[in-house]
Design a protein around this ligand. Structure first.
Ligand SMILES: Cc1cc2nc3c(=O)[nH]c(=O)nc-3n(C[C@H](O)[C@H](O)[C@H](O)COP(=O)(O)OP(=O)(O)OC[C@H]3O[C@@H](n4cnc5c(N)ncnc54)[C@H](O)[C@@H]3O)c2cc1C
Length: 391
């Protein structure tokens, strides 16, 4: 193998950037992951994350599946229910797991992050913020942690408000608020069904929960922008609002909320961006939320960042074995990633719009629609899309 792409700098030590660090190192590249946080405890926070078949398959390719299974809780069923307790649809994730030979896991975000940090090891540089990128004829220069770096390959994995993306697309409008807010908690298991990911839909609000490893349960309450505005105007705390909004919802919703310290229930506004037709120059590219931020409705933002990392490394290996040109590697990477991530961003957006409906008649219609089509059409198509990877 030639070593045309010998050195890479990855900006951002989130799920995507750390996975890229592992993948590029395995591809024979001398890589450093530059994370702005000086203290890992500041970013090793948050609730749970679903890693679907596609992401687990990618982690298998990267030699990380065993570490994941040690920290994850295997999921075999995804259920949709109405806030009045009616079952709307159920998706047998376990059957797909058997067919594909790869599982689905619910993981604690801090645990996943710690696992990836361990895999990246000394290639992670903390307290290294990227303050901008300039482009010259001979390549790009990144200002990171007080240094000027000119790696063969610069990867922006620095999330929704990426500095690398801002340099590539200086006139782009800011991310788009999708109209809903998430509130989360991780609590001791009050007795939920193991292996079942539950998604409850109500009027203008949703509630999701699933078990994690170590006897914990993650929950996520989603409220529409109208609720958030009312909260602001009344000066109520997140805990009070979530309790009020989900009172009368079926067990275990109130129990999960009550078990969470109110001061820990803080809002996370959800954003995405319109997909773009390109996200690379000859030596600079993007990955994960920096490239294609999406609403969480398919649980794919993190999964896609993991796919990106693997595919980028495969394209680098391929280019190094032929020409060593970073331009070729990035062209191949975009070819493999753009259409897929664009579809997933759009589909996540559509499901989110459907979930915001709050008129009783529309919600009744939606429940009928979900009962009739979700299992056979909507989720089948979504799972086909998600599992149809090219690695
Ligand atoms: C409520 C909710 C639920 C979700 N559920 C799921 C799910 O079930 N499954 C799933 O796959 N996805 C889920 N997602 C999406 C997922 O969290 C994101 O898509 C994923 O974290 C993106 O990873 P990333 O590495 O691209 O970006 P980030 O996680 O945003 O990481 C970016 C990193 O870059 C660092 N950084 C930023 N700027 C700079 C800079 N200038 N210099 C250096 N470092 C910088 C940041 O500190 C951070 O560590 C969910 C999201 C939300 C909000």
């Amino acid at each position: 193998m030639t070593t045309g792409i010998g050195a890479a700098a990855v900006v951002g030590g989130g799920i995507g950037g750390l996975t890229a660090g592992v993948a590029l190192r395995r591809a024979g590249v001398d890589v450093t992951v530059h994370e702005r946080a000086a203290d890992l405890s500041r970013i090793q926070s948050g609730g749970g994350l679903m890693l679907w078949h596609n992401a687990v398959r990618a982690l298998r390719h990267l030699g990380l599946e065993d570490r994941l299974t040690a920290i994850g809780h295997p999921i075999h069923t995804q259920e949709f229910r109405s806030w009045r307790g009616r079952r709307l649809a159920s998706w047998p994730v376990g059957k797909l797991t058997e067919r594909l030979g790869v599982g689905v896991f619910a993981v604690s975000r801090p645990e996943l992050h710690r696992m990836l940090v361990g895999a990246v090891g000394e290639d992670l540089r903390l307290g290294a913020r990227c303050d901008g990128v300039t482009f010259e004829d001979k390549g790009a220069t990144a200002r990171i942690g007080g240094d000027e770096l000119r790696p063969d390959l610069l990867v922006g994995a620095d999330g929704l408000r990426s500095a690398v993306r801002a340099a590539l697309m200086p006139y782009e409008p800011p991310p788009r608020y999708v109209g809903y807010t998430a509130w989360q908690g991780v609590v001791p298991d009050p007795g939920v069904e193991p292996g079942v990911f539950v998604n409850i839909w109500g009027r203008g609000r949703r509630f999701v929960y699933y078990p994690l490893a170590d006897g914990l349960v993650y929950w996520d309450a989603i409220t529409s922008d109208k609720v958030a505005r009312r909260m602001d105007s009344l000066g109520r705390s997140g805990g009070e609002i979530v309790r009020e909004q989900f009172s009368g919802w079926p067990h275990p919703v109130p129990a999960l909320i009550d078990a969470t310290p109110p001061e820990d229930i803080t809002p996370i506004s959800i954003f995405d961006r319109d997909p773009v037709p390109r996200w690379s120059t000859d030596s600079v590219t993007l990955l994960g939320d920096a490239a294609h931020p999406m609403a969480f409705n398919l649980g794919q933002g993190g999964c896609q960042s993991i796919e990106d990392a693997l595919v980028l490394a495969e394209c680098v290996t391929e280019a190094n074995s032929v020409s060593g040109s970073v331009k070729d590697a990035l062209a191949a990477y975009e070819r493999r990633r753009l259409a897929r991530t664009t579809t997933i961003v759009r589909r996540s957006r559509t499901i989110g719009s459907l979930s915001r409906w709050d008129h009783p008649v529309s919600c009744e219609f939606r429940e009928i629609f979900m009962r009739l089509t979700f299992e056979r059409v909507v989720y089948r198509k979504s799972f086909d899309l998600i599992t149809d990877t090219d690695f």
